[in-house]
Design a protein around this ligand. Structure first.
Ligand SMILES: *[C@@H]1O[C@H](CO)[C@@H](O)[C@H](O)[C@H]1NC(C)=O
Ligand SMILES: *[C@@H]1O[C@H](CO)[C@@H](O)[C@H](O)[C@H]1NC(C)=O
Length: 275
């Protein structure tokens, strides 16, 4: 059974996708973004939905604050949450900080409940926005990536709504659970099995990143009309991944229970950013 909110999001997805395909007909590679600092970037090639595994990321939590969802869950974190929806180029590079207005939470106020739940910050740090300031996790994702998703997502509201919708539609946690890959402190799973489970469900190959042998991120890729496609495994991307976050043949999918750790510090000067 889908919760009501999910049903209305799926309805809105169809609506926003039909808007997107209208705009795609007018899009072309010739579109160039002039960024605020004067760089030119062409329109992106595809989307990457970056999901993060809280069980792995929250293990790095040293201090707590109200914005860090690692510290504020009543139960275990057993689902992938959203990191971002990233416009990418096929060559493994990506546009960033394109033309767009600064983040303003008021413009997405009707989405705050699902965003808090499914797109929470897993850190106390304030990441940089595109203009050298510090902002929220959402401000960072919008300014760095969301602004480059034009013309598919034309504003903040459609960027965040579209991302939620894609996340609801492609439930990777469910796919892995159904294939027997459930959160565990002790189990190791074959990386190839996890990849196959996603391939069987969505007919495309995801990419994964690990930290100390535990799954940290899973990326699902999409054409601009949100039909799934393989994530590009280009030379440059492979180099980046293999240098710092490649997954071993057997990986873990740790569960995270906030109760297992006692958090006391709310002192912002001691906030710690998990790597
Ligand atoms: C922490 O979680 C509780 C219960 O889910 C919620 O009511 C509260 O608003 C959360 N606090 C913050 C700062 O997110
Ligand atoms: C995805 O599936 C899991 C496991 O079945 C479920 O707990 C979760 O609520 C689903 N997520 C969404 C966003 O529907």
């Amino acid at each position: 059974m889908l919760p009501f909110a999910a049903i209305s999001f799926i309805f809105l997805l169809q609506f926003s996708l039909s808007l997107a395909s209208t705009s795609l007909n007018q899009a072309s590679d010739a579109i160039i973004f002039q960024t605020k600092d004067g760089r030119q970037q062409r329109e992106f090639d595809y989307f990457k939905l970056a999901l993060q595994w809280p069980g792995t990321i929250c293990k790095g939590t040293r201090h707590c604050c109200s914005s860090n969802a690692c510290c504020n869950r009543s139960g275990a974190f057993a689902d992938f949450t959203i990191h971002g929806l990233w416009p990418d180029y096929n060559d493994g590079t990506w546009p960033s900080c394109c033309t767009g207005t600064n983040f303003n939470e008021k413009e997405i106020r009707t989405l705050l409940d699902p965003l808090k739940k499914y797109w929470p910050s897993l850190s106390c740090s304030s990441p940089s926005t595109c203009h050298g300031a510090k902002g929220s996790f959402w401000a960072h994702e919008w300014e760095k990536h969301g602004t480059c998703s034009y013309p598919v997502a034309r504003d903040k509201y459609s960027y965040f709504l579209t991302t939620l919708n894609v996340y609801f539609k492609y439930n990777v946690t469910k796919v892995l659970n159904d294939a027997g890959y459930v959160p565990s402190h002790t189990e190791k799973y074959p990386l190839g099995g996890i990849i196959s489970a996603v391939e069987n469900a969505f007919h495309v190959t995801p990419s994964l990143e690990c930290k100390k042998g535990a799954v940290e991120e899973l990326h699902l890729c999409f054409y601009k009309d949100f039909k799934p496609r393989d994530c590009a495994q280009t030379h440059s991307q492979n180099e980046i991944i293999s240098s710092k976050s490649s997954c071993p043949k057997y990986v873990s999918l740790p569960a995270y229970e906030p109760g297992a750790k006692i958090f006391k510090s709310t002192d912002s000067s001691r906030q710690h950013l998990p790597a």
